[in-house]
Design a binder for this molecule. Structure first.
Ligand SMILES: [Zn+2]
Ligand SMILES: [Zn+2]
Length: 355
Protein backbone atom coordinates (compact mmCIF):
# COMPACT_ATOMS: atom_id res chain seq x y z
CA UNK A 1 0.00 0.00 0.00
CA UNK A 2 1.27 3.45 -0.89
CA UNK A 3 0.95 5.14 2.48
CA UNK A 4 3.47 7.73 1.36
CA UNK A 5 2.83 10.53 -1.10
CA UNK A 6 4.97 9.89 -4.18
CA UNK A 7 4.70 13.46 -5.49
CA UNK A 8 5.78 14.81 -2.14
CA UNK A 9 8.68 12.36 -1.97
CA UNK A 10 9.99 13.51 -5.34
CA UNK A 11 9.12 17.14 -4.53
CA UNK A 12 7.18 17.67 -7.75
CA UNK A 13 3.72 19.05 -8.55
CA UNK A 14 0.87 16.69 -9.25
CA UNK A 15 0.78 17.65 -12.94
CA UNK A 16 4.58 17.41 -13.36
CA UNK A 17 5.88 16.27 -16.75
CA UNK A 18 7.78 13.00 -17.03
CA UNK A 19 10.96 15.03 -17.61
CA UNK A 20 10.43 16.93 -14.35
CA UNK A 21 9.93 13.65 -12.55
CA UNK A 22 13.06 12.13 -14.03
CA UNK A 23 15.11 15.23 -13.15
CA UNK A 24 13.83 15.30 -9.56
CA UNK A 25 14.59 11.61 -9.17
CA UNK A 26 18.16 11.95 -10.44
CA UNK A 27 18.95 14.79 -8.04
CA UNK A 28 17.43 13.07 -5.03
CA UNK A 29 18.79 9.61 -5.78
CA UNK A 30 22.28 11.05 -6.01
CA UNK A 31 21.81 13.06 -2.82
CA UNK A 32 20.48 10.13 -0.76
CA UNK A 33 22.36 7.20 -2.22
CA UNK A 34 23.35 4.90 0.68
CA UNK A 35 26.97 4.80 -0.52
CA UNK A 36 27.25 8.53 -0.01
CA UNK A 37 25.42 8.63 3.33
CA UNK A 38 26.95 5.81 5.26
CA UNK A 39 26.62 7.40 8.69
CA UNK A 40 22.98 8.42 8.18
CA UNK A 41 20.49 5.70 9.09
CA UNK A 42 17.68 7.70 7.51
CA UNK A 43 19.25 7.84 4.09
CA UNK A 44 18.58 4.21 3.29
CA UNK A 45 14.84 4.59 3.91
CA UNK A 46 14.73 7.79 1.94
CA UNK A 47 16.53 6.23 -0.98
CA UNK A 48 14.06 3.33 -1.03
CA UNK A 49 11.09 5.72 -0.88
CA UNK A 50 12.53 7.82 -3.69
CA UNK A 51 13.07 4.74 -5.85
CA UNK A 52 9.58 3.43 -5.12
CA UNK A 53 8.03 6.82 -5.96
CA UNK A 54 9.96 7.04 -9.20
CA UNK A 55 9.06 3.49 -10.25
CA UNK A 56 5.37 4.38 -10.01
CA UNK A 57 5.35 7.91 -11.37
CA UNK A 58 7.68 7.18 -14.30
CA UNK A 59 5.40 4.42 -15.61
CA UNK A 60 2.40 6.12 -17.33
CA UNK A 61 0.05 3.24 -16.61
CA UNK A 62 0.97 3.00 -12.92
CA UNK A 63 0.87 6.78 -12.58
CA UNK A 64 -2.72 6.94 -13.91
CA UNK A 65 -3.71 4.27 -11.42
CA UNK A 66 -1.88 6.02 -8.55
CA UNK A 67 -3.55 9.35 -9.41
CA UNK A 68 -6.95 7.66 -9.26
CA UNK A 69 -6.43 5.59 -6.08
CA UNK A 70 -3.98 7.80 -4.16
CA UNK A 71 -3.05 6.14 -0.89
CA UNK A 72 -5.01 3.00 -1.81
CA UNK A 73 -2.76 2.35 -4.81
CA UNK A 74 -1.00 -1.01 -4.80
CA UNK A 75 1.85 -1.83 -7.14
CA UNK A 76 0.49 -5.25 -8.06
CA UNK A 77 -3.01 -3.93 -8.76
CA UNK A 78 -4.80 -5.99 -6.07
CA UNK A 79 -7.85 -4.30 -4.54
CA UNK A 80 -7.30 -2.64 -1.17
CA UNK A 81 -8.19 -4.61 1.94
CA UNK A 82 -10.64 -3.14 4.48
CA UNK A 83 -7.84 -2.61 7.03
CA UNK A 84 -5.88 -0.60 4.43
CA UNK A 85 -8.90 1.64 3.90
CA UNK A 86 -9.27 2.12 7.64
CA UNK A 87 -5.61 3.07 7.96
CA UNK A 88 -5.86 5.63 5.17
CA UNK A 89 -9.00 7.17 6.64
CA UNK A 90 -7.25 7.32 10.02
CA UNK A 91 -4.18 9.03 8.54
CA UNK A 92 -6.26 11.61 6.70
CA UNK A 93 -8.19 12.32 9.87
CA UNK A 94 -4.99 12.74 11.89
CA UNK A 95 -3.58 15.17 9.37
CA UNK A 96 -6.68 17.30 9.41
CA UNK A 97 -6.73 17.60 13.18
CA UNK A 98 -3.04 17.60 13.99
CA UNK A 99 -1.99 21.18 14.44
CA UNK A 100 1.13 20.74 16.47
CA UNK A 101 4.36 20.08 14.66
CA UNK A 102 6.41 17.09 15.64
CA UNK A 103 5.87 14.50 18.31
CA UNK A 104 5.33 15.33 21.93
CA UNK A 105 8.04 14.41 24.45
CA UNK A 106 7.47 11.44 26.72
CA UNK A 107 5.56 11.74 30.00
CA UNK A 108 7.58 10.76 33.05
CA UNK A 109 6.61 9.14 36.32
CA UNK A 110 8.45 9.71 39.55
CA UNK A 111 7.60 8.38 42.99
CA UNK A 112 8.01 10.84 45.87
CA UNK A 113 8.08 9.67 49.49
CA UNK A 114 6.23 11.87 51.95
CA UNK A 115 6.16 11.70 55.72
CA UNK A 116 2.83 11.77 57.50
CA UNK A 117 3.79 15.17 58.92
CA UNK A 118 4.22 16.48 55.35
CA UNK A 119 0.80 15.07 54.44
CA UNK A 120 -0.67 16.88 57.45
CA UNK A 121 0.64 20.31 56.55
CA UNK A 122 1.12 20.07 52.80
CA UNK A 123 4.52 20.98 51.40
CA UNK A 124 6.51 22.24 48.47
CA UNK A 125 8.46 19.11 47.66
CA UNK A 126 11.69 19.28 45.72
CA UNK A 127 12.27 16.24 43.56
CA UNK A 128 15.34 15.53 41.45
CA UNK A 129 14.20 13.96 38.22
CA UNK A 130 16.45 12.72 35.42
CA UNK A 131 14.88 14.03 32.23
CA UNK A 132 15.67 15.21 28.74
CA UNK A 133 15.59 18.94 28.11
CA UNK A 134 16.09 20.84 24.88
CA UNK A 135 19.79 20.88 23.92
CA UNK A 136 21.26 24.26 24.83
CA UNK A 137 23.91 24.13 22.10
CA UNK A 138 21.61 23.66 19.11
CA UNK A 139 18.34 24.81 20.70
CA UNK A 140 16.78 21.48 19.88
CA UNK A 141 17.21 21.29 16.13
CA UNK A 142 20.08 18.80 16.35
CA UNK A 143 22.35 20.73 13.97
CA UNK A 144 25.81 22.11 14.63
CA UNK A 145 25.30 25.86 15.25
CA UNK A 146 28.19 26.60 12.83
CA UNK A 147 26.66 25.80 9.47
CA UNK A 148 25.13 22.48 10.44
CA UNK A 149 21.88 23.26 8.62
CA UNK A 150 21.16 23.43 4.93
CA UNK A 151 17.95 24.78 3.41
CA UNK A 152 15.86 21.91 2.06
CA UNK A 153 16.41 21.86 -1.71
CA UNK A 154 13.08 20.19 -2.41
CA UNK A 155 10.74 22.71 -0.77
CA UNK A 156 13.24 25.62 -0.86
CA UNK A 157 12.88 26.03 2.88
CA UNK A 158 9.10 26.39 3.04
CA UNK A 159 8.59 22.99 4.68
CA UNK A 160 5.40 22.54 2.65
CA UNK A 161 4.62 19.74 0.25
CA UNK A 162 4.07 20.78 -3.34
CA UNK A 163 0.45 21.05 -4.46
CA UNK A 164 -2.64 19.93 -2.57
CA UNK A 165 -1.96 16.93 -0.36
CA UNK A 166 -4.03 14.46 1.53
CA UNK A 167 -1.47 12.22 3.19
CA UNK A 168 0.77 14.94 4.49
CA UNK A 169 0.99 18.68 4.05
CA UNK A 170 4.62 18.89 5.08
CA UNK A 171 7.61 18.31 2.85
CA UNK A 172 8.78 14.70 2.90
CA UNK A 173 12.47 15.56 2.78
CA UNK A 174 12.75 17.93 5.69
CA UNK A 175 9.64 16.68 7.53
CA UNK A 176 8.24 20.20 7.39
CA UNK A 177 11.25 21.91 8.97
CA UNK A 178 12.50 23.62 5.81
CA UNK A 179 16.10 22.52 6.41
CA UNK A 180 18.15 19.39 6.66
CA UNK A 181 20.89 18.71 9.16
CA UNK A 182 24.23 18.24 7.40
CA UNK A 183 26.45 18.45 10.49
CA UNK A 184 25.08 17.11 13.75
CA UNK A 185 25.31 19.04 16.99
CA UNK A 186 28.25 17.68 18.96
CA UNK A 187 26.58 18.18 22.36
CA UNK A 188 23.51 16.04 21.73
CA UNK A 189 24.62 13.97 18.75
CA UNK A 190 21.73 15.34 16.68
CA UNK A 191 19.00 14.24 19.08
CA UNK A 192 18.18 17.83 20.03
CA UNK A 193 17.94 16.88 23.68
CA UNK A 194 20.32 16.43 26.57
CA UNK A 195 19.88 14.49 29.79
CA UNK A 196 19.91 16.48 33.03
CA UNK A 197 19.13 15.93 36.69
CA UNK A 198 16.41 18.50 37.07
CA UNK A 199 15.29 19.81 40.46
CA UNK A 200 11.56 20.37 40.29
CA UNK A 201 9.26 21.84 42.92
CA UNK A 202 5.95 20.08 43.36
CA UNK A 203 3.12 21.55 45.36
CA UNK A 204 1.67 18.88 47.64
CA UNK A 205 -1.71 19.72 49.16
CA UNK A 206 -2.52 18.63 52.71
CA UNK A 207 -4.31 15.29 52.92
CA UNK A 208 -2.84 13.51 49.88
CA UNK A 209 -2.55 9.75 50.03
CA UNK A 210 -0.42 6.98 48.55
CA UNK A 211 -0.99 6.38 44.84
CA UNK A 212 -2.20 9.87 44.06
CA UNK A 213 -0.75 11.43 40.93
CA UNK A 214 0.39 15.04 40.93
CA UNK A 215 0.78 16.42 37.42
CA UNK A 216 3.53 18.92 36.68
CA UNK A 217 2.78 20.14 33.18
CA UNK A 218 5.69 20.39 30.76
CA UNK A 219 8.26 18.77 33.07
CA UNK A 220 8.42 15.44 31.25
CA UNK A 221 10.96 14.89 28.49
CA UNK A 222 11.45 17.58 25.88
CA UNK A 223 10.34 16.57 22.41
CA UNK A 224 12.74 15.61 19.67
CA UNK A 225 12.29 18.51 17.29
CA UNK A 226 9.49 20.99 17.68
CA UNK A 227 6.81 19.15 19.65
CA UNK A 228 5.75 20.04 23.18
CA UNK A 229 7.40 18.60 26.25
CA UNK A 230 5.67 15.75 28.03
CA UNK A 231 4.30 16.04 31.56
CA UNK A 232 5.74 14.79 34.83
CA UNK A 233 3.52 12.71 37.07
CA UNK A 234 4.68 12.59 40.66
CA UNK A 235 3.21 9.55 42.38
CA UNK A 236 2.71 10.01 46.10
CA UNK A 237 4.01 7.36 48.48
CA UNK A 238 3.32 8.08 52.14
CA UNK A 239 5.89 6.52 54.46
CA UNK A 240 4.85 4.29 57.35
CA UNK A 241 4.93 6.09 60.68
CA UNK A 242 6.26 4.44 63.85
CA UNK A 243 3.31 5.74 65.93
CA UNK A 244 0.38 6.57 63.67
CA UNK A 245 -1.53 4.36 61.32
CA UNK A 246 -3.71 5.98 58.72
CA UNK A 247 -7.32 5.13 57.89
CA UNK A 248 -8.51 7.65 55.34
CA UNK A 249 -8.38 10.98 57.17
CA UNK A 250 -8.37 9.36 60.61
CA UNK A 251 -5.25 8.35 62.48
CA UNK A 252 -4.99 5.41 64.80
CA UNK A 253 -2.52 4.77 67.59
CA UNK A 254 -2.26 1.67 69.72
CA UNK A 255 -1.57 2.65 73.31
CA UNK A 256 0.06 -0.08 75.43
CA UNK A 257 -1.14 0.15 79.04
CA UNK A 258 -0.39 -1.84 82.14
CA UNK A 259 -3.04 -3.88 83.85
CA UNK A 260 -2.92 -1.45 86.78
CA UNK A 261 -3.43 1.61 84.56
CA UNK A 262 -6.49 0.02 82.94
CA UNK A 263 -7.90 -1.00 86.33
CA UNK A 264 -7.17 2.11 88.28
CA UNK A 265 -7.37 4.73 85.54
CA UNK A 266 -4.42 6.96 84.64
CA UNK A 267 -3.30 10.14 82.93
CA UNK A 268 -1.12 9.14 80.00
CA UNK A 269 0.86 11.18 77.45
CA UNK A 270 -0.07 10.40 73.85
CA UNK A 271 1.39 11.73 70.61
CA UNK A 272 -0.61 13.85 68.17
CA UNK A 273 0.59 15.35 64.89
CA UNK A 274 1.09 18.66 66.69
CA UNK A 275 2.95 17.35 69.72
CA UNK A 276 2.09 15.51 72.89
CA UNK A 277 -1.12 15.75 74.86
CA UNK A 278 -2.36 14.09 78.04
CA UNK A 279 -5.47 11.94 78.07
CA UNK A 280 -7.38 10.40 80.97
CA UNK A 281 -7.81 6.64 80.89
CA UNK A 282 -11.03 5.97 82.85
CA UNK A 283 -10.77 3.40 85.63
CA UNK A 284 -12.04 -0.04 84.66
CA UNK A 285 -11.24 0.42 80.93
CA UNK A 286 -11.36 -2.79 78.89
CA UNK A 287 -8.49 -3.47 76.50
CA UNK A 288 -9.57 -2.81 72.91
CA UNK A 289 -11.61 0.24 73.88
CA UNK A 290 -11.08 3.20 71.53
CA UNK A 291 -10.89 6.79 72.74
CA UNK A 292 -11.42 9.47 70.13
CA UNK A 293 -9.78 12.89 69.93
CA UNK A 294 -12.00 14.81 67.53
CA UNK A 295 -10.28 16.62 64.63
CA UNK A 296 -6.76 15.59 65.58
CA UNK A 297 -6.40 13.43 62.44
CA UNK A 298 -5.34 14.45 58.92
CA UNK A 299 -6.89 17.28 56.94
CA UNK A 300 -9.38 16.27 54.29
CA UNK A 301 -7.85 16.73 50.81
CA UNK A 302 -9.28 19.89 49.29
CA UNK A 303 -11.55 20.45 52.29
CA UNK A 304 -11.56 22.38 55.54
CA UNK A 305 -12.36 19.58 58.01
CA UNK A 306 -10.04 17.11 59.68
CA UNK A 307 -10.29 13.48 60.59
CA UNK A 308 -10.07 12.19 64.17
CA UNK A 309 -7.34 10.60 66.21
CA UNK A 310 -8.38 7.19 67.53
CA UNK A 311 -6.52 5.80 70.51
CA UNK A 312 -6.94 2.10 71.02
CA UNK A 313 -6.21 0.87 74.55
CA UNK A 314 -4.05 -2.24 74.59
CA UNK A 315 -3.17 -4.41 77.57
CA UNK A 316 0.47 -5.23 77.81
CA UNK A 317 0.93 -8.51 79.64
CA UNK A 318 4.00 -8.23 81.88
CA UNK A 319 7.24 -9.62 80.49
CA UNK A 320 10.63 -10.22 82.12
CA UNK A 321 9.12 -12.24 84.97
CA UNK A 322 11.13 -14.07 87.60
CA UNK A 323 9.75 -16.86 89.85
CA UNK A 324 9.54 -14.29 92.68
CA UNK A 325 7.52 -11.87 90.54
CA UNK A 326 5.15 -14.63 89.40
CA UNK A 327 4.68 -15.66 93.04
CA UNK A 328 3.83 -12.06 93.96
CA UNK A 329 1.21 -11.96 91.19
CA UNK A 330 -0.27 -15.24 92.39
CA UNK A 331 -0.47 -13.95 95.99
CA UNK A 332 -2.33 -10.92 94.76
CA UNK A 333 -4.70 -13.00 92.58
CA UNK A 334 -5.48 -15.36 95.45
CA UNK A 335 -6.85 -12.45 97.43
CA UNK A 336 -9.49 -11.68 94.80
CA UNK A 337 -13.03 -13.05 95.31
CA UNK A 338 -14.87 -14.64 92.28
CA UNK A 339 -16.95 -11.43 92.02
CA UNK A 340 -13.79 -9.62 90.86
CA UNK A 341 -14.18 -11.38 87.49
CA UNK A 342 -17.98 -11.58 86.95
CA UNK A 343 -17.78 -12.29 83.22
CA UNK A 344 -15.38 -15.15 83.71
CA UNK A 345 -17.65 -16.56 86.41
CA UNK A 346 -20.65 -16.41 84.08
CA UNK A 347 -18.73 -17.97 81.21
CA UNK A 348 -17.62 -20.90 83.37
CA UNK A 349 -21.19 -21.42 84.51
CA UNK A 350 -22.56 -21.52 80.92
CA UNK A 351 -19.93 -24.07 79.92
CA UNK A 352 -20.75 -26.19 82.96
CA UNK A 353 -24.56 -26.08 82.33
CA UNK A 354 -24.02 -27.33 78.77
CA UNK A 355 -22.65 -30.53 80.22
ZN1 LIG B 1 22.32 19.76 20.33
ZN1 LIG C 1 11.61 20.39 2.51
Amino acid sequence: MATRDYYNILGVERGASSDDIKRAYRVLARRWHPDRNQDDADADTRFKDITEAYRTLSDPEKRVRYDRLGPLYTEDGRPPRPEDINEVVGNVWNNIFRRKKGDRGEDLRYTASLSLEEVATGTDKEVVVPRFVRCATCDGDGADPEGGKETCEVCSGSGRATGPRILSTSCYHCKGKGYNVVQRCSSCGGDGRQGVEDTIRVKVNPGVSTGQKLKVAGKGNAARGEGESGDLYVIVSVEDHPLFRRRGDDLLIELPLTFLELTEGADVSVPTLEGTTTIRIPSGSEPGKVLRLAERGLPKLGGTTRGDLHIQLMLEVPADLTPERVAALRDWADQLPPSAHPRRAQFDKLVEDRG
